[in-house]
Design a protein around this ligand. Structure first.
Ligand code: MLT
Length: 323
């Protein structure tokens, strides 16, 4: 009886404390971990969402770039942070769904160690080659890559990153094994391509867009069924007969598991408000993302997306890795 009473009192106390936290939250600066280098798709998206939170929650949300190991270094740091709403992860398809395909001993469980807050954006990937690469179409790329696989190199943001998984799907579909060169993000991959050190990469469209438009890199295929309105002249992988190269990674906000529900709700509501703003929708479409419909926003929809993407892609990527 006494034990039951004490347990009930303790539970009530936790609920009251959590409620009080949530009322005051955020009472100080919040860190948003972006697990890749500055200047790439993860960083651009993470900063856009940090700005939404800052404006709607009246506190500073500051991005910290923690690159390494395909995003898993930063994701692990977020997973092990106190579950008090003051450290969040701006993760993505790789860090929060696919990493177990590549790291059997991953020190965090993407589905158990995080609570989803909401989807930020989804962008199709694009196959990009250096300016003087001897191919102007996917067909020519395949022919050249097959004949020169030994001297070919692909840049990516670390094993488990979405640029890695994208090129893995491409390479497995074509049957090539180039040297895969890791960086801490795709922004440094692009610099290496501009310097002629890397032949190709598979990157969400917003990453290489500026350099493609400036004519410094060539886009050969959009990894989707539908062309990107930002690159209307670039045919899709489906149009060019390579439907296996199809990937549009999600970018999303997560908190460490155990974060009090009222804080999760506050963050989800702020993100939802931001995604409804005209200026944010315009910016996201300039980056190559479609508007996320209200039904796909929030913790529940993101939890389902993580699970369905993991179920769909983990077997495909494990098989592609084994090849
Ligand atoms: C980046 O921001 O560098 C990329 O989105 C990381 C990745 O390829 O997963």
């Amino acid at each position: 009886m006494v034990v039951k009473f004490l347990a009930a009192t303790a539970l009530a106390l936790v609920a009251v404390t959590n409620g009080a936290w949530a009322e005051d939250y955020p009472a100080r600066t919040v860190t948003v971990i972006v697990p890749f280098a500055a200047g790439g798709p993860a960083d651009i998206t993470g900063r856009l969402v940090a700005d939404i939170f800052s404006r709607h929650l009246g506190q500073k949300f500051v991005v910290e770039n923690v690159g390494g190991a395909g995003g898993t270094t930063g994701a692990l740091r977020a997973a092990k942070s106190p579950a008090d709403g003051y450290t969040l992860l701006s993760g993505h398809l790789g860090t929060n769904a696919l990493a177990p395909a590549f790291y059997p001993n991953l020190a965090y469980d993407p589905q158990k160690d995080f609570v989803p807050i909401g989807l930020s954006a989804e962008y199709p990937e694009v196959l990009v080659v250096r300016k003087d690469f001897p191919a102007a179409t996917l067909k020519e790329f395949i022919a050249y890559a097959k004949a020169n696989t030994d001297k070919l190199n692909a840049g990516h943001a670390g094993v488990g990153s979405v640029s890695y998984s994208g090129c893995l799907l491409l390479n497995a579909a074509i049957g090539i094994k180039p040297t895969m060169v890791p960086f801490t993000g795709t922004a440094p991959v692009i610099n290496a391509m501009l310097a002629g050190q890397i032949d190709y990469e598979c990157d969400p469209v917003l990453g290489p867009l500026g350099q493609i438009r400036a004519g410094n890199l060539k886009a050969l295929a959009v990894a989707a069924k539908k062309r990107s309105p930002l690159l209307p002249d670039v045919p899709t992988s489906h149009e060019q007969g390579l439907p296996q190269f199809d990937i549009a990674p999600f970018y999303a906000i997560f908190a460490p598991a155990g974060t009090p529900q009222p804080i999760v709700d506050k963050l989800a509501e702020a993100l939802n408000k931001g995604l409804s703003e005209e200026a944010v929708q315009k910016r996201l479409s300039e980056l190559g993302a479609e508007v996320i419909e209200p039904g796909r926003r929030g913790p529940k929809a993101l939890g389902e997306l993580v699970k369905s993407e993991a179920d769909r892609l983990l077997p495909i990527l494990k098989a592609a890795s084994a090849k």
